[in-house]
Design a protein around this ligand. Structure first.
Ligand SMILES: Cc1cc2nc3c(=O)[nH]c(=O)nc-3n(C[C@H](O)[C@H](O)[C@H](O)COP(=O)(O)OP(=O)(O)OC[C@H]3O[C@@H](n4cnc5c(N)ncnc54)[C@H](O)[C@@H]3O)c2cc1C
Length: 424
């Protein structure tokens, strides 16, 4: 295997395969290497549907080998170091690879350990998370067998991939319990690090009605610190947040959710709740090997790759681009965002390669399909300015059946058959 590539892609997930395929469709003679250690490739957006009992987990995974674009080289290794001044990456095996152009997209890191006790109790004691291939099926087991009591759903204080996933599963669970006739025996709590249910007013207005319909107790500006599965307790610290007041929001990666910045002087209230069922979402950050590298944004506490949010080019190393969940672009981290980022990376990288001016521009587009009950979904689409950018000629803020079909049937098919192949 060669150790120099014209274009080296780090991470063969949603972003990496989309970009590699699109590059080859534009120019079939490019010499592209894709570094990724994983034998498996996951369609993560369907894990919400697995947790809701309507998707088989097996349909969300395929062999990476079958998806790697033809005419690229798959390097089955894990990158551990970036040396951008030498155009070189180092792998955990000690192998080194050099490049002319680098595309960085190894996804996001799940920091389970930042909630004390969570890792140990996942998959048992009625504690689960759709953020894990291993445990998403257990979410459904818990929801299906629930007989009533206190159900808690958490959302961390950091930006995460798919900001909607922590509450999507909550609405589906409530709807399931409603149909089963036990919702009035359920006390449902949403414990969230954000300051609102959704950062785009038009969509938030719909979700506030949904929250009220299911009688959900919301705790905003809350940081979950510990989950004790055996004792069935969850601990969080919070400062009282009123969603209707204008709180001071962090502008660092807040995306469509305002993350509350806590000051050292803030008085935080510690709350301990007993629960019978808990769906937890871990805090997230850039993978450690990015945080510890020269590619990171030194201003960003979570260590994301420092890019220009419109061109997707690294701010210090012009032959480096990044996209997907690993960047500091203040957009919502989704596959939908990648669909708009990938063509921008491709066009701008090829412009640089041709010694031309970059002209492609990413406007922060992202989308979040939020099911509000089985059979109905609100497709929230928006950009950096958090204004709605609706694709369809209907008011997408009204949950409807067509968008449900889009999420459950059309998007999974598009992902495997078009998006990863660079044709959508
Ligand atoms: C529960 C859940 C629900 C979601 N719902 C939606 C939704 O409805 N709509 C939507 O658009 N998005 C949704 N998403 C988000 C979406 O899945 C991600 O935004 C998307 O997968 C990010 O793509 P990526 O390529 O950046 O990272 P990934 O797809 O995670 O791929 C990263 C790749 O990098 C590789 N890698 C990791 N470390 C290394 C290393 N050291 N060296 C080399 N390679 C490495 C990994 O093996 C992996 O293949 C959801 C996610 C979850 C978890």
């Amino acid at each position: 295997m060669a150790n120099h590539y014209q274009i080296l892609v780090v991470g063969g997930g949603n972003a990496g395969l989309s970009v590699a395929s699109q590059l080859l469709r534009k120019r079939s003679n490019l010499n592209i290497g894709i570094i990724d250690p994983s034998e498996k490739h996951y369609y993560q957006p369907a894990w919400t549907l697995v947790g809701a009992g309507i998707f088989d987990i097996k349909t969300t995974v395929r062999n990476e080998k079958e998806l790697i674009p033809k005419n690229t080289t798959w390097i089955k290794e894990a990158v551990s170091e970036f040396q951008p001044t030498e155009n070189k990456v180092k792998c955990t095996s000690g192998d080194e690879f050099t490049y002319d152009y680098l595309v960085v997209c190894p996804g996001i890191q799940l920091d389970w350990y930042k909630i004390k006790g969570l890792k140990e109790t996942l998959g048992k004691n009625n504690v689960s998370s759709n953020y894990s291939f291993q445990y998403a099926p257990y979410t459904w087991e818990m929801i299906e067998n629930f007989k009533g009591g206190t159900a808690v759903f958490t959302n961390p204080t950091t930006p995460i991939k798919c900001g909607g996933a922590p509450h999507k599963i909550m609405y589906l669970a409530c709807d399931y319990w409603r149909k089963k006739g036990i919702l009035d025996k359920c006390e449902v709590h949403y414990i969230s690090g954000a300051n609102t249910i959704f950062g785009v007013k038009e969509y938030a207005d719909t979700l506030k009605k949904v929250v009220s319909k299911y009688n959900i107790h919301v705790h905003y500006g809350a940081n979950v610190t510990a989950i004790n599965g055996a004792d069935k307790t969850i601990e969080f610290v919070t400062k009282e947040i009123d969603e209707n007041l204008n709180q001071k929001l962090s502008n660092k990666n807040a995306a469509c959710y305002g993350i509350i910045e806590t000051q050292k002087t803030d008085e935080l209230k510690k709350v301990i709740l007993n629960f019978d069922l808990c769906h937890a979402v871990p805090p997230q950050s850039a993978p450690d090997f990015i945080q510890n590298s020269p590619l990171r944004d030194p201003e960003n506490p979570l260590g994301y790759v420092a890019i220009d949010k419109h061109t997707m080019q690294h701010v210090r190393f012009p032959n480096v681009f990044a996209l997907g969940d690993c960047t500091n672009a203040p957009c919502s981290k989704t596959g939908a965002a990648i669909r708009k980022q990938a063509p921008v990376v491709v066009e701008n990288l090829l412009a640089i390669l041709d010694k031309k001016k970059m002209t492609a521009h990413y406007d922060g587009y992202s989308a979040c399909p939020i099911p509000t009950q089985y059979g109905k979904l609100m497709l929230a689409e928006f950009d950096y300015s958090n204004t709605p950018k609706m694709t369809f000629p209907i008011n997408q803020a009204n949950p409807n059946w067509a968008m449900w079909i889009l999420k459950t049937k059309i998007l999974p098919w598009l992902y495997w058959n078009k998006i990863l192949k660079g044709t959508a």
